[in-house]
Design a protein around this ligand. Structure first.
Ligand code: FES
Length: 105
């Protein structure tokens, strides 16, 4: 899969997130404290809509809205049960002020 344009970096300030989609793959792109992370919008526990959940901007953690597992935005690894497998993460980069997410991983 290709690299997908997320939008201008100025529209994704710290504490914000934006969804991007390519075919069936939906990804949440987060700005946590100035660092950009991308996480698949599908919980590893029971396919919950992970990126619809709340997230903690201090700990860079997303909470699955279905059963409450917390996932680390940096690694995609769960921090709490019931999920025990990681979710997919993707590389994010900024080129000339535009954010791109690499969906090839
Ligand atoms: S679907 Fe996410 S914790 Fe169950």
């Amino acid at each position: 899969m290709p690299e997908v344009e997320v939008g201008p970096a100025g529209e994704l300030p710290p504490g914000s997130m934006k969804m991007v989609a390519l075919g069936d793959l939906e990804v949440g792109v987060y700005n946590c404290g100035g660092e950009l992370f991308a996480l698949e919008d599908r919980c590893s526990h029971d396919d919950g809509p992970l990126c619809e959940g709340a997230w903690d901007t201090d700990r860079c953690v997303v909470v699955c809205p279905r059963h409450g597992s917390e996932f680390d935005l940096r690694t995609g690894r769960p921090r709490t049960l019931p999920a025990y497998l990681p979710v997919r993460t993707f590389a994010v980069r900024v080129v000339d002020g535009t954010v791109f997410v690499d969906l090839t991983q």
